[in-house]
Design a protein around this ligand. Structure first.
Ligand code: PRP
Ligand code: MN
Ligand code: MG
Length: 188
């Protein structure tokens, strides 16, 4: 436990077990595709590292840094590429690796961007899906857990860059982000 958390949602063992299942599923679905796993930094860093260890077929990795909100808990709606991929993805079967889908703005932007670059296919794997936060209609092709419409941190997910290193995931106490006028913050 951590003093800034209200409660734990998923402990380390539960997360790793689910990540193992996702790795096995992706290995089966992509066994002959040499897929390119694209980790969306920074939030997906821990998930990516554990996921690829469970992939048992040929694959490659790349990284893209995206930011939608900066240090705020409310979405600005603007998505920025902070660091782009190392190589063109034309003709590649791409798997976007995300920690969480909340409003969906990040993934909608990313999927469009990667398809415009002529990827052969683009699918999304997200460890957490928060359907209650959606502003645009998009769903991950693979996901680990559905989460309630609360602000969660840990295992890569931050609040103002903190808590990414926690090996478990929990709900942040509301007094940590309270600003007086926002009730349900978005993931940031
Ligand atoms: C968070 C999270 C997802 C995105 C989900 O990233 O890691 O990438 O927001 O939110 P959305 O569905 O509402 O777009 P953030 O922009 O905070 O950057 P980070 O990964 O570096 O924390
Ligand atoms: Mn992110
Ligand atoms: Mg963030």
């Amino acid at each position: 436990m951590h003093p800034d958390l209200e409660r734990i949602l998923f402990d380390e063992q539960t997360i790793l077990e689910k990540v193992g299942q996702l790795g096995a599923q992706l290995s089966a679905d992509y066994y002959d595709k040499n897929p390119l796993f694209i980790c969306i930094l920074k939030g997906a860093a821990l998930f990516m590292a554990d996921l690829v260890k469970r992939v048992t077929v040929p694959m490659e990795m790349d990284f893209m840094a995206i930011s939608s909100y900066g240090a705020s808990t409310q979405s600005s709606g603007a998505v920025r590429i902070l660091n782009d991929l190392g190589k063109p993805i034309e003709g590649r079967d791409v798997i976007i690796v995300e920690d969480i889908v909340d409003t969906g703005l990040t993934l909608a932007y990313l999927r469009d961007t990667l398809l415009r670059r002529q990827a052969a296919s683009v699918r999304i794997v997200a460890l957490f899906d928060k359907p209650g936060g959606r502003k645009v209609e998009i769903a991950p092709d693979y996901y680990g857990f559905t989460v309630p419409n609360e602000f969660i941190v840990g295992y890569g997910l931050d609040y103002a860059e903190r808590y990414r290193n926690l090996p478990f995931v929990g709900v942040l106490k509301s007094d940590i982000y309270a600003t007086g006028n926002s009730d349900k913050p978005e993931q940031a």
